[in-house]
Write a protein that binds this ligand. Structure first.
Ligand code: B3K
Ligand code: ZN
Length: 873
């Protein structure tokens, strides 16, 4: 496999104006006829007169130019495409190919999921349907005819609007779809199956009525309400916040059970992993409800950021993904709690993106090269990409940012563009120069800010010295300073907001948050007018994706935790307190647990006015995986011991308060999915977790009772997780009961597998290996594989990293088994091994041996090859 470089980008030599497709669908043999109107691209340099189309795993039956069949001498077919030696400047190309959906285990192209057929084309799956210029800068209009057996496949869907339906004499029927919007091939989709739809409608701001349909298998019809509500909320929000209205007359969502990712934004026909559609209070947790709301919104938002305006090439992936993640994050913040949303997004960023950016797979938000594009759907491109958009929004301010996005939509509608085009709109609409800011797209790595403070009582000044530094990343030994928005506030002794008044300014600004801009390696800010030493609240709302090293004391952090008006920073102060204590306990089990630490959390728990959701976040200890990123050499066992020790201590010391919180938060009446109700359940189950993990008798009894009595899956799973961790007969009985109760509900069974894989019990791996042979386990279903294998290797750090290396051997065994069938899934599974250099020498050796075993095992997919070879480089 060879790398592809951004610097080699050339515009396509030919454009495709019109695409007519006809699929004769059958799981075993599907015939695809295509008719393409091609013409030479006036903007491209002329080549040798030949034309090469992408195509993989296709059996070519016929190829004709302008109605004349080509003879074998006039073209060549190889494993990656079709080359026609001489073509006119403008012509019609007709091809006929055969494909085999039922054999397609990679879930890319046309494949079978249960009894239905569906497609996944992004990034380069369209070339598995037919010969094509399968690159996003070739945008065309599509008309698609689907032909299939009427009984097996009564529903036939594609992009756009249905324009014709016919019953054929041989028991088949056909439906023709027409999509009036030009689109890149990766947004093409089709679905065929025996599906039912939940229907609704939405009236747009300009008064157009849109038909909304969610297609599912019949037994899932009762699990679509939340998805439909989420969709309508998202449609309204996009009109209000970004002025974006939906364009077609129909919007369809289809839920499928075999899917490599979360969902796919195909034009007018979003295809979803059913995990992000199906929910009923008794089958899905609050986290699931939340995920559905944000993924439905994300895919819907792509209609403008991705579909109407798409990417010129795959290096620009963050143009659509970073921006769309930013949009879905803002949506969730607006319809839920902004601080809680920010906390959960930053948790993800710190737990996944920071380690990625510090490891062998670090890459810029706009990568320079890749071997397999599917490996670049990363947390850097998505989540750091969203932060890069958020920073531009912060630098521009809300009005100017809205002007800039309006301009972007207006200027580039119908085009395939670059992140550079996006930044230029930001500049043009605001008059700001973002030259230096562009480094966020080009340089990998997480900047570290060191912030030193000094208070001068006589002068009444407070000086903040800020330095930024970014460690080298693969291929980028030297880093230049970033343009960083740093928002800060100052708190007085009573917790009141003070003005952030910079020396040289004639009058103080209003007290509150202020945005400072860093552009140099070092800055000094002198703040004046201070009659007392303030406590600084730094990087409010996490205004930039950086690590901060400051000189605040634990007392300052407790003060911020109690008084900061910025909810995110109250949480962050608490996290740092937990983190420092946990790391100290990791090094020394006898390190004392300070009284004032316990007291601070007791006060928080006793505050009746506290937002429950935020309180739950504040009281949650950082995960072992996150903490391991904070250590130079990860001490797997020490961290686990420290985590248990502190958890138990909190459970014992705050017992009465935790019990009170638990009882106060009892569920009354029917399940509601609202920020308040979710927060209350989160806090209740956190209190329960502390009690059970401290092996409190009353806590254990409450846990068993909750498992028996709860009607919502959030409470059931919280109890089942704790029971499973505790083990013994009660755990086995609960697991058996749960399994019996939910037989046949695939998404619920995923939870049953996951809860066992995550429990940090000594026999975890043995159990996971036994579950591979459970009749409900299937390596062909990505959700099932993730629920067992990824849960174990990502969320059960202490057992996955067992000193004998058995966890590593297990994972690599799974990767090698899966790779021939589903390379995308296999490459993702490998991720936990990539950070091997962070561990002690013996674990390093064991992990490296396993990575080398992958590399040495012959036929690897380009996906897995790229990940291992970079991990070992
Ligand atoms: N755009 C898709 C991801 C496609 C991944 C291809 N390997 C989902 C999303 O980000 O909305
Ligand atoms: Zn996306």
């Amino acid at each position: 496999p060879h790398p592809i470089y951004l610097k080699d980008y050339r515009p396509p030599e030919f454009l495709i104006e019109q695409v007519e497709l006809r699929f004769e669908l059958d799981p075993e043999h599907t015939r695809v006829e295509s008719r393409l109107a091609l013409r030479r691209n006036p903007a491209a340099t002329r080549g040798d007169g030949s034309l090469r189309l992408h195509g993989e795993q296709l059996t070519l039956m016929q190829v004709a130019i302008d109605g004349h069949a080509l003879t074998p001498a006039e073209y060549r077919v190889d494993a990656e495409g079709l080359t026609m030696h001489r073509v006119p400047d403008r012509f019609t190309l007709e091809t006929q190919v055969e494909i085999h959906p039922s054999l397609n285990t990679a879930l890319e192209g046309l494949y079978q999921s249960g009894d239905m057929l569906c497609t996944q084309c992004e990034a380069e799956g369209f070339r598995r349907l037919t010969y094509f210029l399968d690159r996003p800068d070739v945008m065309a209009r599509y008309t698609t005819t689907l032909v299939a057996d009427r009984t097996r496949f009564p529903v036939l869907l594609s992009n756009g609007n249905p324009v014709a339906r016919t019953d054929l004499e041989d028991g088949r029927h056909s439906v023709t779809w027409d999509d009036p919007f030009p689109k890149p091939s990766y947004l093409f989709a089709l679905v065929a199956g025996d599906l039912r739809a939940v229907e609704d409608s939405f009236v747009t701001a300009s008064g157009r009525e849109i038909q909304l349909q969610i297609f599912v298998e019949p037994h899932n019809l009762d699990k679509c309400d939340h998805a439909m509500r989420s969709l309508k909320k998202a449609m309204r929000w996009d009109e209000e916040r970004f002025g974006r209205e939906y364009d077609l007359d129909i919007f369809m969502i289809v839920a499928v059970s075999h899917f490599n990712m979360g969902a796919m934004e195909n034009k007018g026909l979003n295809i979803f992993n059913d995990k992000f559609v199906l929910a009923r209070p008794d089958t899905a947790t609050d986290v699931d409800f939340d995920g559905i709301e944000s993924v439905i919104a994300h895919e819907y938002f792509h209609n403008w950021t991705g579909n109407r305006i798409t990417c010129r090439d795959w290096f620009q992936l963050s143009l659509k993904e970073g921006f769309t993640v930013y949009r879905d994050q803002e949506f969730s913040a607006d319809v839920g709690s902004r601080a809680v949303k920010r906390i959960s997004d930053v948790r993800t960023l710190r737990a996944h993106q920071f380690p990625e950016d510090a490891g062998p797979l670090a890459h810029p938000v706009r990568p320079e090269s890749y071997i397999e594009i599917n490996n670049f759907y990363t947390t850097t491109v998505y989540d750091k990409g969203a932060e890069v958009v958020r920073m531009q929004a912060a630098l521009l301010g809300p009005e100017s940012f809205r002007r800039a996005t309006d301009r972007y939509f207006e200027r580039h509608d119908g085009q395939a563009v670059t992140t550079e085009d996006f930044v230029r709109c930001m500049e043009d609409a605001s008059g700001r120069d973002l030259t230096q800011f562009r480094r966020w797209y080009e340089q990998a790595g997480t900047p570290e800010l060191s912030i030193q403070s000094k208070y001068d009582a006589t002068a009444g000044t407070y000086t903040l010295s800020v330095r930024q530094e970014t460690a080298a990343t693969p291929g980028q030994p030297v880093k230049y300073p970033f343009h960083i928005p740093l928002t800060i506030g100052l708190l007085g002794a009573e917790g009141q907001a003070l003005p952030v008044w910079l020396a040289g300014e004639s009058a103080p600004p209003a007290p509150g948050t202020r945005l400072l801009e860093l552009t140099e390696r070092a800055h000094e800010f002198t703040l004046v007018g201070l009659t007392e030493r303030p406590v600084p609240s730094l990087l409010r709302g996490f205004s930039a994706p950086v690590r901060v090293r400051d000189d605040l004391s634990d007392a300052d952090r407790m003060f911020l935790m109690a008084h900061d008006s910025d909810g995110f920073n109250r949480w962050d102060a608490a996290q740092t307190l937990h983190e420092r204590l946990l790391l100290a306990l990791t090094d020394d089990a006898d390190h004392p647990i300070p009284e004032d630490y316990i007291a601070a959390f007791q006060r928080a728990l006793r505050d009746p006015s506290a937002d429950r959701a935020l309180l739950a976040e504040v009281l949650t200890l950082p995960s072992e995986t996150y903490l391991s990123d904070r250590m130079t050499v990860v001490d797997v066992d020490g961290l686990h011991r420290a985590h248990r020790q502190l958890t138990r201590c909190i459970g014992e010391r705050l017992r009465a308060d935790l019990l009170a919180v638990y009882h106060d938060s009892a569920e009354t009446g029917d399940y509601v999915f609202s920020p308040e109700a979710v927060g209350r359940r989160a806090l209740k189950n956190l209190a329960l977790a502390y009690l059970v993990r401290a092996e409190d008798g009353e806590g254990l009894a409450l846990c068993r009772a909750q498992f028996e009595a709860a009607h919502n899956m959030t409470d059931v799973m919280a109890a089942l997780r704790l029971l499973t961790e505790q083990g013994g007969a009660a755990a086995e009985a609960a697991l058996d009961a749960f399994h019996r109760r939910w037989a046949g509900e695939s998404l619920v069974l995923d939870k049953w597998f996951a809860v066992q894989a995550a429990a940090p019990r000594a026999d975890a791996l043995t159990r996971v290996m036994a579950l591979l042979h459970h009749p409900d386990y299937s390596a062909r279903n990505p959700n099932r594989v993730r629920s067992l294998v990824s849960t174990f290797s990502n969320l059960n750090q202490v057992r996955f990293h067992a000193a004998d290396g058995a966890g590593y051997r297990f994972l690599v065994g799974q990767v090698l088994e899966l790779d021939p069938a589903n390379p995308q899934l296999a490459a993702r599974l490998l991720k936990p091994l990539v950070r091997w250099r962070r561990f002690d020498p013996e674990r390093q050796r064991l992990m490296r041996t396993e990575l080398e075993r992958v590399l040495g095992s012959g036929e690897l997919s380009s996906d897995v090859f790229e990940v291992v070879s970079k991990a070992l480089a």
